[in-house]
Design a protein. Structure first.
Length: 193
């Protein structure tokens, strides 16, 4: 039985392909599953990219990775390849994670263990060796009242253990309504002659 591939060997093969696709290789995991292996690869958009990772992009890079792994014979024996993007529940630990989450509601855990909840307004990247998160604290409103918004706080990334994006159900409805309005405007514009 061939030895299972190490994550580093898989990373060495796939990282150039992921970079060429304009993506970032988040993580590689190789797990033994009986007589076969599962190769899990997480990819994400680059730090300054806008929007979310498109499923077509994931499918394209997945095909390229599959072919490269087969050609390099890095994973011995049968294997299942899983290529995905990190979900909204992932821990934000690096500057690029926070940069991609600008505008989102989140909870930070500082290195001293204290939490801070608010909207990430910006990531100040002017210092060459550090970043500062600019977060506007928000306390949820009681019984349908609007949230209480505080004064923006600057938190050095070095003082943050991790952050978690919060899913805002109310904002999902706002975004959906805006998209419906845009689609209606586009449809109306297309009907004018």
């Amino acid at each position: 039985m061939p030895a299972p591939a190490t994550a580093q060997r898989v990373r060495d093969v796939v990282e150039p392909l992921v970079s060429a696709a304009g993506l970032v290789l988040e993580d590689v995991e190789v797990v033994r599953a009986g007589k076969s292996s599962i190769v899990r690869i997480l990819v994400d958009l680059e730090e300054d990219a806008v929007g979310g990772l498109d499923l077509e992009d994931v499918a394209e890079v997945s095909q390229a990775i599959s072919t490269a792994l087969d050609d390099a014979a890095v994973v011995g024996g049968e294997h299942t390849l899983e290529v995905s993007s990190p979900g909204v529940g992932r821990a934000l630990t690096e500057r690029r994670h926070f940069t991609r989450a600008r505008g989102r509601m989140m909870t930070l855990t500082r290195t001293d263990g204290s939490p801070l909840r608010g909207r990430l307004d910006d990531v100040d990247r002017t210092a060459p060796d550090a970043a500062v998160l600019v977060l506007t604290p928000e306390t949820p409103g009681v019984k349908g009242r609007p949230p209480r918004v505080g004064t923006p706080v600057r938190v050095p990334l070095a003082e943050v253990r991790d952050g978690r994006v919060e899913v805002e159900m109310g904002r999902l409805a706002e975004v959906s309504d805006d998209e419906d309005d845009d689609a209606q405007d586009a449809t109306s514009a297309g009907q004018e002659s």
